[in-house]
Design a protein around this ligand. Structure first.
Ligand code: GRF
Length: 189
């Protein structure tokens, strides 16, 4: 069984889709959901699914190193084989990433390498893109830069607001992440 930890910062809709997919003959199971925000709605959803949760609030630490040291300890205690970042909104230092490199995935709401960073939907609309999407990639020290494992594309409509586009992309995220994750863990097995 491939032990999987999921890191969130918000509502956790991607976390829920990942956890729901890990049933039956799926080689992985969720063993921990960690949030850097105590008020993340995803924590309640994880508890309702019977998944252990932990909070490592970045505001409780003097700097990123101290936060990441605690985050690393919290993860080690659950002994995960793989980590999925799912709406986790803290940029991780290279030193942290290197400890989990090759077994940490992230989902990013754009067609990387386009629109790394924040506000991806607004930037795609402002640039006049006719297509947008989502990417699942391996996490490397450079932000939103690791090897791409999968992408899904959606149209950008002339009437779209960033929220309209975000909702359309989120639907694509919910299908893409479980599929790419399963493919990834099956090749680990
Ligand atoms: C998603 O759009 C994800 O791509 C981005 O943050 C959003 C999180 O959504 N990084 P949720 O918390 O999984 O619902």
């Amino acid at each position: 069984m491939i032990r999987t930890a999921i890191l969130i910062s918000g509502g956790g809709s991607n976390m829920v889709r990942l956890a729901e997919s890990m049933t039956g003959d799926h080689p992985a199971r969720p063993v921990l959901v960690v949030s850097n925000r105590p008020d993340a709605g995803g924590l309640l959803k994880a508890r309702d699914m019977g998944i252990d949760t932990a909070i490592v609030d970045h505001k409780d630490f003097a700097d990123r190193e101290a936060f990441e040291t605690k985050l690393h300890e919290t993860l080690l205690a659950a002994n995960p084989d793989v980590i999925c970042l799912a709406g986790f909104m803290r940029v991780l230092n290279g030193s942290f990433v290197q400890k989990w490199q090759g077994r940490m995935l992230n989902i990013h709401p754009s067609l990387l390498p386009k629109y790394k960073g924040l506000h991806t939907h607004q930037r795609a609309i402002e640039a006049g893109e006719t297509e947008a999407g989502v990417t699942v990639h391996m996490v490397t020290p450079a932000l939103d830069d690791g090897p791409i494992l999968g992408q899904a594309r959606v149209p950008v409509l002339a009437s779209d607001t960033p929220d309209d586009l975000a909702a359309r992309v989120l639907k694509a995220e919910h299908a893409l992440y479980p599929a790419v994750f399963r493919r990834f863990v099956e090749q680990l097995n």
